[in-house]
Design a protein around this ligand. Sequence first.
Ligand SMILES: Cc1ncc(C[n+]2csc(CCOP(=O)(O)OP(=O)(O)O)c2C)c(N)n1
Ligand SMILES: [Mg+2]
Length: 555
Amino acid sequence: MPKPKAEKKIKPHGTDMSTGEVAVATLTAHGFDTVYALPGVHNDHLFDAFQRASAHLRVVHTRHEQGAAYMALGAALATGKPQTYAVVPGPGLLNSGAALLTAFGMNAPVLALVGQIPAAAIGRGLGHLHEIRDQAGIIARLVDHSAHIEGPTDASIKIAKAIRAMTTGRPGPAAVECAIDVWGKRALVAAVTPPLPHRAPKIDEDKVRAAARLLGKAKRILIVAGGGAQDASPEVTMLSGILQAPVLGYRRGRGVLDSRDPLSVTLPLGRELWGEADAVLAIGTRLLNPMSQWGIDKNLQIVRVDADPEEPARLHKPKVALIGDAAPILRRLIDELGKFNIRRASRRDEMQVRQAKLRERLAKLAPQLAFLEVIRAELPEDGIYVDEVTQVGFAARLAFPVYKPRTFLSPGYQDNLGWGYATALGAQHAKPDMPVLSINGDGGFLYTGNELATAMRHRIPLVAVIFVDGAFGNVRRIQQEEFGNRLIAYDLANPDFVKYAESFGAVGLHARGPNELRTALRESFSRREPTLIEVPVGAMPSPWEFIQMPRVRGS
Ligand SMILES: Cc1ncc(C[n+]2csc(CCOP(=O)(O)OP(=O)(O)O)c2C)c(N)n1
Ligand SMILES: [Mg+2]
């Protein structure tokens, strides 16, 4: 009689882990080393997992959820890599909402980890702490990819999928939510999901040839670079040279072609060139303002390169749309253009003359430009400038020289007042060795100025300048010029900003005018401590004639 087979023992398979531990292990497996966060009971087990993993994952806690989300955004913009923040549900989520919205507008890879009320109570309207109706639905409207974590065994794959969604195709924010009683739930987990394979779309070779033919024949080409061109700076630079095509960047595309190249242009020259162009190559940009303000006609052939297949035809169907990441597509385009043996006459001299003429026109903005000149001189070449919705900021978009992509962080189409200080803090945290400069108006600064406490707590050596005119200056000027000087809701009661900074233990400096700002910046960039420089200013000349400009073609 054969011996009975030993009964096969089913070995427990995997590691005993909580949902929070799985989430943390998945984040670290994906290369995350920081989470910007504000805790609360809903996420206690998640934070316990953060605590246990603190050798691999730093928690930077802020003083308001908007601070956490803006810091993650700033870190993502400065590094180009995905970043994450964690908040409690309801008010915590909503407090982070403007930053999440801005991340969406800027296609920034920011992962929101959001708490939830007890799993069994979701959707029942019982009035649990921080309950909000249909949180999952609200999140799903704010970002393209969201998920609800059910427990330890689905947490890893759901987070891995969220990260993949954030970094493939059109990048952007994602969110996962998890209930208060689920973060601590334990189970045997077989493995943590590693980064999922990316599926790069195949480049459409016929379309590359069509684009090359079109651009090869065109006489006067304008390249428009948006945020989606930031990782294609060498390719854009090369194309600009081959085609002798000027490159327009406004907010997110600044620095894709180094401003020291005379073919690198901002809005006013961009508009002139748009009016003269027979072809436009638009890379990673919605192209909304040129098409809707400056006009289109049948003599303007448009080639678009975009990661999002839906984007190119949204407003106006282009001649050719190339879908995918800009850099590999542009490399193929450069190869294909090689067949045309293109010899374009240099436009260097012409563009130098036109740039000089523009500088004469922009001299109208002398007060803003004087500050920008000092900032450019003192901020190192790779230093990061973080923009705000303020007079000096508007002028910077037109005239601040930008040498590299990701060194000019401007809030995109949301133009979200008050994003600046906390976003810059995130950029500085993620790039500790690189000087970061935040500029602010007195209106915008106090949105997140409380995060000076975060700068102190985490020793983040951000230098911030605040231009103090005692007003929502932009609002005041519009009321003066367009509403018969009927002023309302524009004037500000300000603290003493030097004392305000000092009360946190930060360095507070006072600078009257550009020369004193130069000294203050020099001192601050060498001292490298959290610093706020207060600069009293008067009303500044309007930049709007250089930003909102009339049609140059079409009807
Ligand atoms: C979230 C948000 N709220 C309101 C506005 C409208 N807005 C644009 S500029 C501005 C005033 C900005 O004041 P300040 O920061 O002091 O800059 P200044 O114009 O005085 O230089 C306001 C309220 C906005 N852009 N974003
Ligand atoms: Mg102001």
